[in-house]
Ligand binder design. Structure first.
Ligand code: ADP
Ligand code: MG
Length: 341
């Protein structure tokens, strides 16, 4: 006989730990959530510290709006957000966050501390261990927010085992910071790994200057500007000269409304524009920013928000291909055509 089982609501810590499975895969996904929160808070300076690939420590401090002391507990409560109020807001998202899931998820699988001040000098601090609040207090700090995460996944051995070597996790964190920094040229970013500065992106740099910190000089020098507009859609960025094509797609960076995304439609449109100019097994370099009215793209596809869904995939494909093609036609004088493999 099947034993009778009652249906019960899971305790909040467990709900958060389950959600954490989707939102926080590894240190770099924690970092992404924290940096996006800082950007949503209007920060112009974001300082990031990590240790041991982020597993023992990830710390992000910003000079953004800060959080009211009496709201700190809400910040680590699931489905609590200051960025969304009703269903119609969901159709016009203009912030990185909106699900109110990141902080509670992260706090449920780590030792977590958030300190925040709305004004210089007076703030609050909240400490959480594996989803349980340990301490809340007042603290004196400059305006902004400082989140520190220690011992990530210390209560989730399965996740811990799945992490790569610290060096690999550090590299993923560094790539993530660079990727976000490219889309936010007005913000000063610093990434420090075990007391050594990995990245410093100063506020006054443009896209080319920021790329120069992560890509080889000859690649950066060969890039051509993309600038294209069609109605409410616009595409800008930089694309590589066909002569610089490479064997791997790791220098194709795509952003939709400043959000870094992985998108098959945009990737294939970029490759299609290069058809006949590079070999079929080669990839160009590209940094593409697509601006689109928020109601024509759904960013609420996955908790990590690296995928989006377009209302009209075909239109996106065409505008990206045309934008890149126009740049290539204007800048690249073809000496011989290459058969597409
Ligand atoms: P979401 O970003 O989806 O709203 P989070 O769990 O990431 O959810 O954050 C919860 C809330 O905490 C945010 O809506 C915001 O009000 C506040 N918050 C988090 N990080 C910061 C920060 N760095 N600066 C100011 N407010 C923050
Ligand atoms: Mg967030």
């Amino acid at each position: 006989m099947i034993p009778e089982k009652q249906i019960r609501l899971l305790p909040p810590e467990l709900q958060n730990q389950i959600a954490a499975g989707e939102v926080v895969e590894r240190p770099s996904s924690v970092l992404k959530e924290l940096v996006e929160n800082a950007l949503d808070a209007g920060a112009t300076r974001i300082r990031i510290q990590i240790r041991d690939g982020g597993q023992s420590c990830i710390r992000v401090s910003d000079n953004g709006s800060g959080i009211f002391e009496d709201q700190l507990e809400l910040a680590v409560t699931r489905h609590a957000t200051s960025k969304l109020q009703n269903l119609s807001d969901l159709q016009h998202i203009n912030s990185f966050g909106f699900r109110g899931e990141a902080l509670p998820s992260i706090a449920s699988v780590s030792r977590f501390r958030i300190a925040s001040a709305r004004h210089d000098g007076d703030g609050g601090v909240l400490e959480v261990l594996h989803g349980r609040i340990l301490r809340q207090d007042k603290t004196a700090m400059p305006k902004g927010t400082d989140v520190e995460i220690n011992d990530l996944f210390s209560n989730v051995p399965a996740r811990l085992k799945f992490l790569k070597k610290p060096g690999t996790e550090t590299r993923k964190c560094a790539e993530l910071v660079a990727r976000i920094a490219l889309a936010n040229p007005h913000v000063d970013f610093e990434l420090v790994n075990a007391d050594r500065t990995v990245h410093r992106f100063l506020a006054a740099q443009d896209l080319t200057q920021r790329l120069a910190a992560i890509w080889p000089q000859e690649v950066v020098e060969s890039l051509h500007g993309v600038d294209f507009k069609d109605g409410e859609l616009s595409v800008h960025g930089l694309v590589g000269d066909p002569a610089m094509a490479q064997g791997r797609p790791d220098r194709i960076l795509v952003y939709v409304n400043a959000r870094p995304v992985q998108d098959k439609t945009i990737l294939s449109a970029i490759r299609e524009a290069y058809r006949g100019r590079i070999l079929g097994k080669e990839y160009p370099q590209a940094v593409i920013f697509l601006e689109i009215p928020p109601d024509e793209v759904d960013v609420n596809v996955h908790p990590a928000k690296t995928e989006v869904r377009f209302q009209d995939d075909g239109a996106i494909f065409r505008i990206i291909r045309r934008a890149v093609l126009q740049t290539l036609e204007r800048n690249v004088h073809q000496t011989h055509a290459i058969e597409h493999a």
